[in-house]
Design a protein around this ligand. Structure first.
Ligand SMILES: [Zn+2]
Length: 339
């Protein structure tokens, strides 16, 4: 989409997927342009280029019968568990792709994740499918994972069409807070073929509402995994913004201190002084709404209100952090040009 040439595929492709190729590209290029306008996309091949729709050339594959299996992409996170628990009667397979969020230089963590997710799958009487991919060694040089991970999941899903006729993709955002992202209700179904349907699921519940449901599962409380920073090779580092936010989400949902895979206590002082990141502020607002609705947490409520209050110090800290992130990405991009 950044080149003038079209895409030519040697293997036959589903007629439905070919038919959706233009729509897929239209959604993706609008998303890319939005992220670039918001200065959130560092890995475009050329900062000045715009993504364009290109022709896709491939022969059509004859439709095959649809398999009865129903999969769910499953990383052990809150969104994954919510979809598993609310669609458990339908789901037959849980799918995890090694290499999408954990890499080869973290073999111990990878092993722990696979072992724990296998336990979850067995507990719910589901088949566990582990795929391994080195896709990100290529894609990270071209596009940010935020925008690319949906295509990567779809590619993994299509490998399983002999077993699965439907695959759930757990949502990240609620319908009213959607932002351009690699998995999105306007994008995910477009990756479907005649044999395999992708279903975006869970946008009707925010994270504290999902925590209400997921917290009721002992297996989920034992094996929940939300950390993407992987600090120290830990299953959950317990220190990053997402780990702390998840603790709060379960706290306001009534499951405080009951997550075995996260620290059992929250520092309210630390919570009130954390910097405000515009990208996650809606998640924290949802925590505040649930704390206000359910009541009974005056100290936590106060800390959440302080957490969401913008101050010059917090703003300055956030801007420095953003600048450091940008410098890091520019450095990596510059370095990758020599490889
Ligand atoms: Zn963490």
């Amino acid at each position: 989409m950044f080149c003038d040439s079209g895409l030519t595929l040697e293997t036959p492709v589903s007629e439905l997927l070919l038919k959706n190729a233009d729509a897929l590209q239209d959604v993706l290029r609008r998303f890319l342009n939005w992220r670039r306008a918001h200065r959130d996309e560092y890995f475009l091949p050329d900062w000045r280029s715009r993504a364009r729709r290109v022709p896709v050339h491939a022969t059509k594959r004859d439709p095959e019968s649809r398999s009865a299996g129903v999969g769910c992409f499953f990383s052990g996170g809150l969104d994954s568990f919510y979809t598993l628990l609310t669609r458990t009667d339908e789901i037959t397979h849980l799918i995890y792709v090694l290499g999408y969020d954990v890499f080869e230089h973290q073999p111990q963590l990878a092993r722990e994740i696979v072992d724990r997710l296998q336990v979850v799958a067995s507990s719910f009487d589901k088949q566990f499918v582990v795929l391994k991919s080195d896709l990100r060694t290529v894609s990270n040089r071209l596009l940010h994972w935020h925008i690319y991970h949906g295509a990567a999941l779809a590619a993994a899903g299509h490998l399983l069409r002999a077993e699965l006729g439907q695959i759930y993709i757990p949502s990240t955002y609620t319908y009213e807070h959607l932002v351009p992202l690699g998995t999105h209700p306007s994008l995910d179904p477009l990756w479907s073929s005649h044999e395999l349907e992708f279903i975006h699921h869970g946008g009707g519940a925010d994270r504290p509402e999902k925590a209400l449901v997921v917290g009721a599962s002992e297996v989920a409380r034992e094996h929940l995994r939300v950390c993407w920073e992987n600090r120290g090779g830990l299953y959950n580092c317990g220190r990053c913004e997402k780990c702390r936010r998840t603790q709060v989400e379960f706290e306001v949902a009534g499951w405080g201190g009951q997550l075995a895979s996260l620290p059992s206590t929250i520092s309210l002082h630390e919570l009130g002084t954390m910097q405000v990141d515009p990208r996650t502020v809606k998640f924290w607002q949802n925590c505040l709404i649930m704390a206000q609705t359910r009541g009974g947490h005056p100290a936590l409520l106060e800390a959440l209100e302080a957490r969401l209050r913008e101050t010059p110090v917090k703003r300055a800290r956030y801007m420095i952090k953003q600048l450091m992130e940008r410098l890091k990405h520019w450095f990596l991009k510059w370095k990758s040009r020599g490889d």
